[in-house]
Write a protein that binds this ligand. Structure first.
Ligand code: UTP
Length: 470
């Protein structure tokens, strides 16, 4: 064991050895004083009893307690909604106008699959103006707030890995027009990963590899950062939760808010019909009468391919990760400590060899732990699931190419803007793929879902090289 004169620092060292993680000090003699202090400071933040439980969980392997017991959930379907949304819309609009609603954006993820150098929210996504995800979300929020004479308080979760860059991006862009006092940034927790032997991983001689604790970390971070108290002081009752990557999110959708309120729901979900059984999207289901969400990676083949008597997909309700929470529900979720379960993911993690050289292999050498926000569903006394049309509301940016990539998000934005224009009576010719052949974009300040366009009486000649309507 290594020794330190300072008793407080020595206590940290002893805690690390007690939990059989003393290997993190293997480069100790080569570290300068500052590096030694940094490593100990990082070790001091680790919840070792949680880590021990997670190591045991990893050793036990995945167990599927639910196989064959998953039943379809109750959903307010598109067919049921047809012509019946008015009451919900009015209730949602009243809640927005009364200032009862806040927005929470989770942007703490690492965006590994996209491989963009910077927070994913800074990625340029709009077809003509190349507005970033952050700007697009900010403008939608401002525009919906304008409709109801309010500025919706906006809470943004980052992680230590992207917090500074996110803050700088907002500052450099004058908060995209948002009043500074209505934006509240907060940071989620990090958690160490382990290797196959249950040991923490060094990614620098003086640094333990850690990852953000998953979007479930929002529940804890909202409470610990003071965001929940801030909401309470502002009189916020309902929290619209959305993820950074969906370019089509209907932010603070009044109809959704209305259904949530009408259903006396504590946590609500928007769902789409799964395209095919293996689609990589979480499914909503009932287990013993309670609403659960099973992530695609945890869904076994039997449930994935289960069908109804008529051959249709049994577990069809795919989650688009756009939730509404009641503030009081999040408060209750935090009583007695954070209780969401951790999920394991095998990953390739950069580590150091015995000489301290960095090694990155394709081999999945480690296990990351993450919590999922939808695991809170089981604690909600009442829930609402609302079906929506995928083409109108769901197109996430996940990968650098192929499905859910910059190419598909741009295509889906153009398709939406084009549909709005056509529905407003404009003549836009489409090619074989149903695309207009030019880049089209409509500012959220003009229209959020196709409204207001007819009245504008635009002159569209068909000869434009691109079209930006603002
Ligand atoms: P994803 O699970 O798609 O992860 O996050 P990601 O980080 O964006 O991308 P990959 O998996 O590394 O490629 C869905 C949403 O949850 C947020 C992300 O920022 C995104 O908005 N998230 C995810 C967090 O805020 N914190 C986390 O720990 C994980």
């Amino acid at each position: 064991m290594i020794y330190c004169e300072d008793p407080e620092l020595q206590a940290i060292i002893e805690r690390v050895y007690k939990h059989e993680q003393g290997h993190i000090f293997r480069f100790w003699d080569h570290l300068d004083e500052q590096q030694q202090t940094d490593l100990l400071a990082q070790a001091d933040l680790i919840d070792f009893s949680l880590l021990s439980r997670l190591i045991e969980q990893a050793a036990a392997g995945k167990e599927d307690k639910h196989e064959g017991r998953l039943e379809p959930p109750e959903v307010i379907t598109l067919a049921q909604r047809e012509g019946n949304d008015d009451e919900a819309r009015q209730i949602g609009e009243a809640a927005l106008a009364a200032g009862d609603v806040a927005a929470v954006l989770v942007a703490g993820g690492q965006g590994t699959r996209l491989g963009f150098d910077g927070p994913k929210g800074m990625y340029p996504v709009t077809p003509v103006m190349q507005k970033s995800l952050f700007q697009l979300h900010a403008e939608k929020l401002l525009a919906i707030g304008d409709n109801f004479g309010v500025q919706i308080p906006w809470y943004i979760m980052t992680s230590i890995t992207n917090n500074k860059q996110t803050i700088r991006c907002f500052q450099q862009n004058d908060h995209f027009g948002y009043d500074h006092e209505n934006i509240f940034m907060f940071i989620q927790e990090m958690i160490p990963a382990i290797d196959r032997q249950g040991k923490m991983i060094l990614d620098e001689p003086d640094h333990i590899f850690m990852n953000p604790n998953g979007h479930g970390g929002t529940i804890k971070a909202l409470s610990e950062s003071g965001a929940l108290n801030d909401m309470k002081e502002r009189g916020v009752d309902h929290i619209f939760y959305f993820q950074v990557d969906n370019v089509l999110t209907r932010i603070c959708d009044p109809i959704y808010l209305g259904y949530h309120i009408l259903g006396d729901s504590e946590m609500s979900c928007k769902v789409v019909h799964k395209k095919y059984p293996e689609e990589k999207i979480g499914v909503l289901c009932l287990i013993e009468g309670k609403l659960h969400l099973i992530e695609y990676s945890d869904l076994n083949e039997k449930d994935m391919f289960a069908t109804n008597k008529d051959g249709s997909m049994k577990l069809w309700a795919g989650n688009i990760a756009t939730h509404i929470f009641d503030r009081k529900f999040i408060e209750r979720e935090n009583q007695g400590g954070f209780k969401l379960p951790y999920h394991l993911a095998e990953k390739s993690i950069q580590h150091l060899d015995n000489k301290g050289q960095k090694v990155q292999s394709d081999e999945k050498n480690g296990i990351k732990f993450e919590t999922f926000v939808f695991d809170a569903l089981v604690d909600a006394k009442k829930t609402v699931c609302l079906e929506i049309e995928r083409e109108k509301e769901f197109s996430p940016l996940k990968n650098s190419e192929g499905e859910n990539s910059p190419e598909t998000t741009k295509r889906d934005l153009i398709k939406n803007y084009t549909r709005w224009l056509k529905e407003a009576g404009y003549n836009i010719s489409l090619n074989k793929e149903g695309m207009p052949g030019i880049d089209i974009e409509i500012s959220p300040f003009v229209s959020l879902a196709g409204e207001n366009l007819k009245e504008l009486d635009l002159k569209i000649t068909g000869k434009e090289k691109s079209l930006y309507i603002d």
